[in-house]
Design a binder for this molecule. Structure first.
Ligand SMILES: *Cc1c(COP(=O)(O)O)cnc(C)c1O
Length: 372
């Protein structure tokens, strides 16, 4: 049996006619960068996140970057985040002119360990960027409490967590700003690149709107130095359609995750994802942990099961950040999980036979031959 890692073709097939109509609508308006399609999506997405405002952008990386800039983060500032994330989180901090400072993640949720914050905070610390990795929110109460005590800004990197919840608060709604990516493979993905920020703060919303459009308040009148981070109108129109199907997709992901996890309960060699009590996990990624990861992956690939690794090298050990001076052993949890993670196929269209086949293949791989 072949089980692809992702299957965007079948995800989009039933929406084709709606997309065609959306393309025509945008063509008819003649407005392609920003405009009514973008405002309409912003309104719908803000509501989905239970926030007052959303600002559509060109990518999730821009979302984190503009959020930091709008909150006044800049040169000389330190921003605490985690090494178990996609590079973009730290890159955005660097591009704001600040320095990323890492803290280790929790062994079970793989998100920011709030107990590590006290050891990382300095007089220069300005903000904390927790990452809701794989679709599960970080322990926001503890992080927000620490931030309040130290007067720090909290910006959520919710790029993997559309629809996730922390004690019924939607991802993106708990910090000053929530940042989303609509990269095609995300739970809510565009047919190209897109991103957004959400906030309840009108002033931050206005600043991010101005920043995304070359710092202009009105055409050719620039009150600050910004950049071009506008959202593409065709993407906004398609995202609005896909947003209507996001909850159904997330529910299917959760059901698939339950089936996977039941399949691994009796296999000691496999550590399945942990869903915290506070959490509604939306399984952007379903990652298991195994020893001898590369051999297990090789077995899976040879049996037709495509897998991924998110992420093989923690950010503090990336060559690009050598100058920060971190080394092996600095964040033992992040380093260990990077060696053990395998992301299994996970998308709403996954069929039960496919899940069962993946379970059997994983269980066979860890309990026979390959393990020495
Ligand atoms: C995808 C992702 C981003 C970046 O989003 P892009 O739209 O690809 O720029 C940032 N942070 C995390 C955690 C992500 O997974």
């Amino acid at each position: 049996m072949k089980v692809p890692f992702l299957d965007l073709k079948s995800h989009h097939a039933p929406l084709r006619e709606e997309f065609d109509a959306a393309f025509r609508r945008v063509l008819d308006t003649g407005v392609f960068a920003g405009g009514p399609a973008v405002s309409q999506f912003e309104e719908a997405f803000a509501e989905f996140c239970n926030c007052e405002h959303a600002v559509g952008l060109g990518s999730g990386t821009e979302a984190v970057w503009l959020a930091l800039l709008a909150c006044g983060v800049g040169p000389g500032d330190e921003v605490i985040t985690v090494p178990s994330t996609f590079m973009a989180t730290a890159e955005a901090i660097s591009y704001a002119g600040a320095t990323p400072v890492f803290v280790d993640v929790d062994e079970r949720t793989y998100t920011m360990n709030p107990e590590q914050l006290a050891g990382a905070v300095t007089k220069r610390t300005k903000a904390i960027v927790p990452v809701h990795l794989f679709g599960q929110m970080a322990d926001m109460d503890a992080i927000l409490k620490f931030a309040k005590e130290h007067r720090l800004i909290v910006i959520e990197d919710a790029a993997q967590a559309h629809g996730a919840e922390y004690k019924e608060h939607p991802a993106g709604s708990m910090g000053q700003v929530g940042c989303f990516s609509f990269y095609p493979g995300k739970n809510l993905g565009a047919l190209g690149e897109a991103g957004a920020v959400v906030t309840n703060n009108t002033q931050l919303r206005d600043t991010m709107r101005t920043l995304r459009d070359h710092g202009q308040d009105r055409k050719y009148h620039h009150s600050m130095v910004g950049w071009n981070c506008r959202m593409d109108a065709i993407q906004a129109a398609c995202l609005e359609i896909k947003l209507r199907h996001l909850e159904a997709g997330n529910e299917l992901r959760r059901a698939h995750a339950r089936r996977y996890s039941e399949g691994f309960t009796r296999t000691e060699e496999v550590i399945a994802p942990f869903e915290a009590d506070y959490s509604r996990h939306v399984y952007h990624v379903y990652a298991i942990r195994v020893k001898q990861r590369d051999e297990v992956m090789h077995q899976l690939e040879s049996k037709g099961v495509s897998c991924g690794v998110h992420y093989p090298v923690p950010v503090h050990l990336q060559k690009a950040y050598a100058e920060l001076g971190y080394g092996s052993g600095d964040f033992p949890v992040a380093e260990q999980i990077a060696e053990e993670f395998i992301s299994l196929p996970m998308y709403p269209e996954l069929r039960n036979e496919q899940i069962d086949y993946v379970i059997d293949t994983v269980n066979a791989a860890v309990s026979t031959g390959v393990m020495v």
